[in-house]
Design a protein around this ligand. Structure first.
Ligand SMILES: O=C(O)CCC(=O)C(=O)O
Length: 511
């Protein structure tokens, strides 16, 4: 193969299937014992905790594009029935996170089930009104109730009931904590009165659940078909490992656990039945991370090198607004951070009113010839897994310096970037902190949901405190619904400058 062709192939592979080489998969102590390999997929990592990539991971390409496309064509429209115990890997999505369902039949014995069903029928069931995506009111075709932290979906709002869980739900919540090691704090209860009651295609992807939630579903009473299908708009970023659609007949006492990128990349439903059916109750236990109007505050603890991903808000059918805080860059790049800090004085700073700015040209050089600042940006791009930014030719690097108490970068929008897989504007802005640690501690990156934003989610604003070498990426739908500023929060007058490097995939100026 010619060098040119090999290069072109690699570029196409980057679009189709870049992946994080994360070393051997780790197992957590989940309760599902048997593992089902699906079409050769490596099921041993099914219980791996999905994570923000760690500092020492490398972006690699595996297999050829034609193999991937052929495999996708082979799997398309091949219905699958999941009716055995096991871990099922459905697909590999962004950052190599897998969508996984774990099936545990008869998790509850028949005798237990009969007792629990009688108690569950006494919950305060109600048929509620929701709003469809066109804003039209509709009566939900089932009965529901909610226990736990406040929660909203399709404009149905549930208040907090933290202190008043019925005994039967507490018992099941504790049972699941023992089995799965997850402390659920909320539960959605659905009662399907007969075969006509149903729940339409949806995903439990509200931002308050976090990006890759673990959701445990318990079923009681009549058997109903739980269906899964891949989201259409994810075709460019998703590698399927199993056919589609998937039918899971859920019987009384069954436990189904949804994990990883399942809510991000798949939809689920319980369709109506054409034959008579008795009533069925389903409980989905969840962890709600934020309360309404909560302010996000990310402050590093001592020796904190943990990377953290936060979902800020979501609009139906569009990419979520997300933020990633990287505190691990320093681990393998401490020398580079020191070199880059020393290089700050050599930049050609100019005043841009409220702050000083400097632009760096990444397009001109190959990575090995880049200055320490640009090499640090490349290390950050590699850590964040953005294949386009790894190639210096596409990226823009700018620096903002705040060297006085009154200096600041005023509120800005972050709608850089181009169309993503759903034809929505996909944001990618990386902000890397350098300079004086004390000055940085007084200058958090502040974010705020835009006024009148229709996006759903409990978070309204946030502050992210960065140390030299820490970084934040503003991702996906951020530009549509959020804005950010620097340097307004701190009142003190630092003498040493706080410096922020901005890395974006297009040619727009920061200053
Ligand atoms: O009834 C079921 O099995 C599914 C319930 C569900 O999809 C939900 O609560 O989001």
């Amino acid at each position: 193969m010619s060098a040119e062709k090999a290069k072109a192939d690699r570029r196409r592979q980057a679009r189709v299937q870049g992946a994080w080489n994360s070393g051997p998969a780790r197992r957590s102590g989940g309760g599902v014992k048997q593992t089902n390999k699906v079409d050769g997929g490596d099921a041993s990592s099914a219980q791996q905790k999905p994570q923000v990539p760690a500092a020492n991971q490398e972006f690699v390409f595996d297999g050829s594009v034609s193999e991937v496309l052929a495999r996708e064509a082979e799997l398309a429209s091949k219905p699958v029935t999941v009716d055995k115990d096991g871990d099922y890997e459905l697909s590999i999505g962004r950052n190599d996170v897998k969508a996984v369902v774990q099936m545990r039949q008869k998790f509850l014995s028949d005798a237990e089930n009969r007792r629990l069903l009688a108690e569950l029928n006494r919950l305060p069931w109600q048929q509620r009104m929701g709003l469809d995506q066109g804003g039209q009111p509709y009566q939900e075709p089932r009965e529901t109730c909610w226990f736990g932290r406040p929660y909203t979906y399709s404009h149905v709002k549930w208040e907090a009931t933290d202190d008043s869980w019925p005994q039967v739900l507490l018992e099941l919540k504790n049972r699941l904590a023992d089995e799965l090691g997850v402390e659920f704090n909320s539960v959605m209860c659905n009662r399907y009165r007969d075969g006509k009651d149903k729940i339409g295609w949806h995903a439990d992807d509200e931002p308050s659940l976090g990006r890759h939630p673990v959701i445990a579903s318990l079923s009681f009473g009549e058997t109903r078909r739980f269906m899964l299908r891949r989201r259409d708009c994810r075709v460019q970023t998703l590698r399927p490992l199993i056919g589609d659609p998937i039918t899971v007949p859920l019987q009384s006492g069954d436990l189904l656990v949804m994990r990883g990128s399942l809510q991000e990349d798949w939809l689920h439903s319980v369709p109506p039945e054409y034959h008579d059916k008795e009533s069925r109750i389903n409980l989905t236990f969840r962890v709600i991370e934020h309360s309404p109007n909560e302010q996000l505050c990310l402050r590093p603890g001592p020796e904190d090198n943990e990377n953290k991903q936060v979902t800020l808000s979501a609009r139906p059918g569009q990419m979520q607004a997300q933020l990633c805080c990287y505190r691990s860059l320093i681990v393998s790049n401490s020398g580079l951070v020191a070199e880059a800090s020393a290089a700050l004085d050599r930049l050609s700073w100019r005043s841009a009113g409220s702050c000083d700015v400097a632009q760096l040209d990444l397009a001109a050089s190959q990575p090995q010839e880049l200055s320490p600042l640009a090499r640090l940006a490349v290390a950050l791009a590699t850590l964040t897994g953005n294949a386009r930014l790894k190639v210096g030719a596409y990226a823009r690097l700018a620096a903002v310096r705040l060297d006085h108490g009154s200096k600041h970068l005023p509120w800005r929008e972050a709608n850089f970037g181009d169309g993503g897989p759903c034809q929505t504007a996909e944001t990618f802005v990386a902000v890397l902190a350098l300079g004086d640690a004390k000055a940085l501690a007084q200058r958090p990156l502040e974010i705020e949901k835009r006024l009148n934003s229709p996006a759903q989610g409990n978070l309204k604003s946030g502050q992210i405190f960065l140390r030299p070498g820490d970084a934040v990426t503003l991702l996906h739908g951020f530009g549509a619904d959020w804005r950010y500023q620097l340097g307004r929060a701190g009142r003190a007058e630092p003498h040493e400058p706080a410096v922020f490097l901005f890395l974006t995939p297009d040619q727009r100026d920061i200053g």
